[in-house]
Unconditional design. Sequence first.
Length: 354
Amino acid sequence: MAHVMFGGLTHAPAVELCKKLVEITPDNLDSVFLADSGSVSVEIAMKMALQYWQAKQQPEKTKFISLRNGYHGDTIGAMSVCDPVTGMHTLFSDILAKNFFIPSPECKFGEPCQTEHIENLNTTLEKHHASVAALILEPIVQGAGGMKFYSADYLQQAKSLCEKYNVLLIADEIATGFGRSGKLFACEYAGISPDIMCLGKSLTGGYMTLAATLCSKEISQTISDYPPHVFMHGPTFMANPLACSVALASIRLLQESDWQANVNNIEQMLIKGLKKCSQLDDVEDVRVLGAIGVVELKNTVNMAKIQQAFVDVGVWIRPFGKLVYLMPPYTIEQRELNTLTNAIFDVLNNGKHL
Ligand SMILES: *Cc1c(COP(=O)(O)O)cnc(C)c1O
């Protein structure tokens, strides 16, 4: 069958995929909602949190806390939790719901999180928890809003604070899921289970559009127990059978491969290949985590020039703002990755980004 409307009906690929996702994601994430894109999975996560608090007779919990430099998608709800400046949505700021923003974590990946690093989150929760439904963040790696890697300790403390203040934690693993950060899911670095998790991007290895929102049994059961006894979201193409089959095949390939070794190798090659960029005058920082390599410049690149320069040396790399980055497929070969890192060094060294 080409498609089954996934309301009251089910099918094998969806059942198998949901079981698989529950199995491989952190403990406590036992229910799955399938949708068609990452942004929609974020809308769903936010609606789950809101419907949960309504069912708990706390309908005043309607706000979200989010981190500066965060990126969660382009739909209206998702835009309201993206960084108001780097989130690329300034045109729409007037009509977006007003949420709370706290500074991007200053403690870097691998470093401890001191009291002053978590102070903003602490005070925001202390002051506003009664009106806050959830904290939403990208665990460990902030992607499109700044390509920053932050302390696992911060994530752990954020989770504890959410528990203390009765606020849900939504982990947006759309960019980090399936090994990208060096762990299967970035939450594993902090050993935490969020209440809700969003997956997308590499869920299907890029071959079909599909996303998933997972949540705890506590959330799904609370929603089910309270009128209208269903989660109020039902996109036409949710759990599209072909997309579910593709996701299952992609996860099988990932699990059958030695993805951990591949990602570690890519990490080592990125470190080696990009290190020399840090000696360039215009380079602010070079950082690598898992299969993510970032060269942050001091100034915004000239997009037209830098893209042409990359095309001229035979590579396709798309920077944004001050960031030139690589997130290669895990099957990339050493020679190919060297071509990419050398291209970045050559283009920046020759000032072709200015
Ligand atoms: C890409 C991305 C999204 C949005 O997903 P789309 O499939 O583009 O709608 C949301 N959150 C994060 C962290 C992303 O990287």
